[in-house]
Design a binder for this molecule. Structure first.
Ligand code: FES
Ligand SMILES: [Fe+2]
Length: 381
């Protein structure tokens, strides 16, 4: 079959799509390193999907805002006077400067260049010497905003189905967590910026096989990598895997510093569960928390920010053990993510070598395989 100009993937890449896990190989290097592929991903994936950015509890009050750089574009998120979260392209209608930077609280945004002003709904409300422009009306370009488990996601093109619809099956699997999801508050947010492709971080977050190496010292005695298994065969929008605890293993964290969810399933005593929402939201659940490693793709194929945001029930803050628990969790994040950074850094380097050849998937890498299949499907369509 002839290749059309519109086709992004090469024939040998397309051939991986639909291949069984036992026959398939990882993605070819070009799909991680080629700047043209990255531009295609922005259009084919990032602008069409729900992209996670932070936890809603980090901007709890009217006027609270945050600016986040995602795939090289600047987005402004703000909680309105009506408490609704909104997101905009952070591009002034005048000459295109950034209207806001960083984070804070305000009643309106004033572009620092020529001081055009915008209300919290993004409407242009002031333009010195140019009142006619305000009369004509205008607003910052809005993006759709939705939340899941209290985490904020945005959809640039605004036509992705609501997360509650896309993730209905996941919410069933996560009922005790999903039922209180929007009340959760963040315990911490820690950024781990890196120089590698975003997919390496997602693939890493979707399998427990690497506990055998990367987390041998920190986690193998608690959740042995080889015990990882998955029961998920349908993976249209998300997937997941389970990590049983080793016999007699100490639990990684105590629960006296955070209030557990209600009506926990029996399996929560036996294993921890990990999930991944396409394209960039791997997370785990434990009796008392949801812990995400939000993947924020950078301006180029070789830039990413992995943002650990763990959220707990708000009443946890009243427990006497809370501060210690919080400190332990922060320490855990600062131990684990650097262990995940090392392979990402070295794979990124090696993906540029002509000697790199993608290898097979272990049965514990089902999530990674499913993500790669989803990715190929998106890029093929
Ligand atoms: S670019 Fe914003 S006011 Fe001129
Ligand atoms: Fe890891």
């Amino acid at each position: 079959m002839a290749t059309t100009d519109a086709q992004i993937l090469h024939a040998h890449e397309l051939a991986l799509l639909g291949m069984d896990i036992s026959d398939a190989r990882g993605l070819p290097a070009r799909l991680y390193t080629d700047p043209d592929i990255y531009e295609a991903e922005k259009e084919t994936i990032f602008r069409r999907q729900w992209m996670p950015v932070f936890h809603q509890s980090s901007i709890p009050n009217p006027g609270d805002y945050r600016v986040v750089q995602v795939y090289g574009e600047s987005f402004l998120f703000v909680r309105g006077d009506d408490r609704k979260l909104r997101g905009f392209h952070n591009i002034c209608l005048h000459r295109g400067a950034k209207v806001a930077d960083g984070s804070g609280t305000c009643s309106r945004f004033r572009c620092p260049y020529h001081t055009w002003t915008y209300d919290l709904k993004g409407n242009l409300i002031g333009a010195p010497e140019m009142a006619h422009v305000v009369r004509e009306g205008g607003a910052l370009r809005e993006v759709s905003v939705d939340t899941y488990l209290g985490y904020v996601f945005f959809n640039d093109y605004g036509n992705a189905p609501p997360l509650s619809e896309k993730l209905a099956g996941l919410s069933e699997a996560l009922a005790p967590w999903a039922s209180v999801g929007d009340q959760l508050v963040e315990l911490f947010e820690i950024h781990f910026p890196g120089e590698w492709n975003w997919k390496l971080a997602m693939e890493n977050g979707l399998e427990g096989y690497h506990v055998l190496g990367s987390h041998y010292e920190s986690a193998q005695h608690i959740s042995p990598g080889e015990l990882t298994y998955s029961e998920i065969t349908e993976y249209s929008d998300w997937t997941g895997f389970n990590m049983p605890f080793a016999e007699g293993a100490p639990r990684a964290f105590g629960t006296d510093g955070a209030v557990p969810m209600d009506d926990l399933p029996e399996w929560a005593e036996r294993e921890s569960r990990f999930f991944g929402i396409w394209p960039s939201f791997p997370f785990m659940i434990a009796p008392e928390f949801v812990g995400a490693a939000i993947i924020i793709p950078g301006a180029t194929a070789g830039e990413v920010d992995v943002v650990w945001v763990t959220a707990v029930r708000p009443e946890s803050k009243d427990l006497p053990g809370f501060a210690e628990y919080q400190a332990e969790q922060i320490e855990f994040a600062k131990t684990i993510q650097p262990e995940d950074n090392y392979p990402c850094e070295t794979m990124w380097e090696n993906l540029h070598s002509p000697s790199f050849v993608p290898g097979p998937y272990a049965k514990q890498e089902v999530g990674t395989y499913q993500f790669d299949q989803w990715y190929l499907d998106q890029m093929a369509s």
